[in-house]
Design a protein around this ligand. Structure first.
Ligand SMILES: *[C@@H]1O[C@H](CO)[C@@H](O)[C@H](O)[C@H]1NC(C)=O
Ligand SMILES: *[C@@H]1O[C@H](CO)[C@@H](O)[C@H](O)[C@H]1NC(C)=O
Length: 359
């Protein structure tokens, strides 16, 4: 081998090294200013916050009623609902969402049909600010909610009958609320469900600054847009990566409206809602790593399964690949237990054939 060849070889090595060294996808907006710093809510802001209480009634025509309470008025809630005979479900939506949005209302209707008391944190007054500010507000807002829930516990709310569902930024708010709740009561809420917990601004923060498994007795997470609006790391006891966790399928064919980031992010809410009404159908397969879950490489050897939704088995912890179909009601049941070709972007690329075409 002459010097030229050696140089060429070295050069090619370097080239191929460079090609490989693109790192792990950093994801949309990994770091944001001041996530470390203190964020305080003024009295005025606190006064603008409220919680919507929706409770079943014994009426013949009117099945449930609604009240709006300030976060420093626990009596306002206990006046309306009885904690003794029902589970209490707290719902926290994501950025720019509100208690009156259709998806939030669909969750409320679902919880009411399960005979639960429903408390919806109205985040609208503060989470209409710029996203990086809203991300910083998750901590003080969550702590305020935690204090509120702790005061309800003094009036009979049992942590074992308290569950929180948080979507996107709401997942982190739920976690902060649970940590503050534990600080004040010594106990953890029964469950937190995170629906595509927000990734932007939260990718590199310490675990306690975002949703984490220690926050509640059981923490389950559904990932649907890991490098976009969601987060790639497993955060709970059980983490589901729907279709690899990045892009969610929609109607395929030559004319499709692809389900890109926002569509995939929001899809978490739809899957979970349908999991309540189809509690055995969203079957997922255990994976060794998030990297394998991204590609659905989880079918080697003995297949271990878990189920998304009310029947998630929390003794089976870990990372799970959740295959779904492209149209509602999405679930595949046991048909999802066969390996399929599903790369991260396969569904987005599917409308174009590999060979030469005339169009
Ligand atoms: C948080 O603070 C540490 C030092 O305490 C610093 O190294 C780090 O870059 C900060 N992170 C962010 C996101 O500001
Ligand atoms: C949950 O999983 C464990 C471990 O695989 C199993 O022993 C148990 O029966 C499961 N529970 C339910 C309710 O299926």
């Amino acid at each position: 081998m002459n010097i030229c060849e050696v140089t060429l070889l070295l050069c090619m090595c370097q080239l191929s090294l460079q090609a490989m060294d693109t790192g792990f996808p950093a994801g949309l907006m990994a770091d944001c200013p001041g996530m470390n710093r203190t964020t305080t809510l003024s009295e005025e802001t606190k006064q603008s916050l409220s919680i919507v209480v929706i409770y079943p009634t014994k009426g013949f025509l009117i099945r449930h009623k609604e009240a709006r309470c300030k976060l420093d008025e626990p009596d306002c809630v206990t006046k309306h609902i009885n904690f003794a005979d029902r589970k209490t479900q707290v719902l926290i939506s994501g950025y720019m969402d509100a208690s009156f949005s259709p998806l939030v209302r669909a969750f409320v209707a679902q919880f009411l049909s399960m005979k639960r008391n429903v408390l919806v944190l109205e985040i609208f007054p503060i989470l209409v600010r710029s996203y990086p500010l809203a991300a910083r507000v998750t901590k003080p807002l969550g702590e305020l909610l935690g204090q509120f829930l702790a005061s309800l516990t003094q009036q009979g709310l049992s942590p074992n009958r308290l569950e929180l569902v948080g979507a996107s930024l709401g997942s982190h708010i739920a976690s902060h609320a649970a940590v503050e709740y534990r600080r004040l009561t010594g106990q953890r809420p029964a469950r937190i469900t995170g629906l595509d917990p927000a990734g932007p601004c939260f990718r590199n923060v310490p675990p306690t600054a975002r949703l984490h498994a220690d926050a509640a007795q059981r923490v389950d997470v559904l990932h649907t847009n890991v490098d976009g609006f969601g987060i790639a790391e497993p955060l709970g006891h059980v983490d589901f990566y729907a279709n690899g966790g990045e892009f969610q399928p929609s109607i395929t064919g030559k004319f499709i409206l692809p389900c890109f980031q926002l569509c995939s992010h929001i899809r978490a809410g739809f899957y979970y809602l349908l999991a309540y009404t189809n509690p055995d159908k969203f079957v997922a397969v255990a994976c060794d790593s998030v990297a394998n879950a991204r590609h659905g490489d989880c079918y080697e050897g003995t297949i271990r399964t878990n189920i998304l939704g009310p029947k998630t088995n929390f003794t089976k912890r870990g990372i799970f690949y959740l295959p779904t179909g492209a149209v509602s009601p999405y679930h595949l049941g046991l048909n999802g237990l066969k390996k399929r070709k599903y790369g991260v972007n396969d569904y987005l690329l599917a409308p174009a054939p590999e060979g030469d075409i005339t169009i």
